[in-house]
Ligand binder design. Structure first.
Ligand code: ADP
Ligand code: MG
Length: 272
């Protein structure tokens, strides 16, 4: 057996962090997942035998080439797709179909354009039976948390891309999901706003009890955000690696970590 290309970065600190994560209870568990789409009268396999467990409060990033099934995987975890075989559980409870234990954020924001920021955040709360008054108070707290208090009564079209994405995130989080599924949420943002949103997300994630399953095609983003990176290949989508990310989160501009960062990125590039 050959040594793992990143073995030299596998310090005791990283080992220790990983052991601590693996000792937490499972949060999102996918087992034996098979998914095909019908195509020209025959079935095309998109996901083949996916097994993966994210532990409580873990930040998982999913990378892989276009068409490898990342969005399909997120959608079926969210309960928005059927599948031939497989089991999905959240906190050890098998789920089928959508539920409030999973929140989802898309690249396209998917805010309700006819509702104000406040009403967008309140929507799910009221839907789940909360009174208008409590929902409004709760929504305003979330809006404060991401610094949008001045925009509570604005409409989505009056906001920048980064602001819309902040609303999409708090709208999902307000429903207190156990797992937040994010499908390329920052891909439409310019680099400056993307970095700002990444920092926002890490800040939020540190302060609440949530497991994040974050899809991106940006390897640097994955290295920056994730505890672990799930790497998929295409045709059919299969897991080729689950990579523990070095600590502390390295960024290209942090020159003292650049060697480690580049080694991690080069390794991921060799896989995708
Ligand atoms: P990714 O997000 O990794 O780019 P997707 O999950 O969007 O990949 O798609 C994986 C594969 O499944 C692609 O080949 C895509 O064309 C196919 N696919 C996705 N959704 C559908 C659908 N609703 N019907 C048929 N094929 C689909
Ligand atoms: Mg996709």
């Amino acid at each position: 057996t050959t040594e793992h290309p990143l073995a030299k970065w596998n310090t005791p600190e990283i080992e220790d962090r990983n052991q601590r994560i693996l000792q937490r209870p499972p949060s999102l568990k996918i087992s034996g997942m098979h998914k095909s789409f019908g195509h020209d009268g025959k079935m095309v396999k998109v996901l083949n035998d996916i097994d993966f467990t994210a532990y409580k409060r873990e930040f998982v990033c999913v990378v892989g080439p276009s068409g490898c099934g990342k969005s399909t995987l997120a959608r079926l975890i969210a309960g928005l797709e059927t599948y031939e075989e497989g089991v999905i559980s959240i906190n050890d409870e098998v789920v089928s179909g959508p539920g409030p234990d999973r929140g989802m954020v898309f690249q396209s924001y998917s805010l309700f354009p006819w509702l104000t920021v406040k009403k967008n955040v309140m929507f799910g709360l009221v839907e789940n039976g909360m009174s208008e008054i409590s929902a409004e108070a709760e929504a305003l707290q979330w809006i404060d948390l991401v610094g949008l208090e001045r925009f509570a009564n604005s409409y989505p079209h009056q906001l920048s891309g980064g602001m819309k994405q902040r609303v999409a995130i708090i709208r999902a989080l307000a429903n207190k999901p156990k797992v937040l599924l994010m499908d390329e949420p920052f891909s439409a943002l310019d680099p400056k706003n993307r970095l700002k949103m990444q920092k926002y997300l890490l800040e939020i994630w540190k302060n609440i009890d949530i497991t994040i399953f974050f899809i991106t095609h940006d390897l640097e983003e994955a290295i920056y955000l994730a505890d672990r990176i799930l790497v998929l290949k295409a045709h059919p989508g299969e897991v080729v690696e689950t990579l523990n990310v070095p600590l502390p989160r390295p960024r290209k501009e942090d020159t003292f970590l650049s060697e480690e960062f580049l080694a991690t990125k080069a390794y991921l590039e060799s896989l995708v």
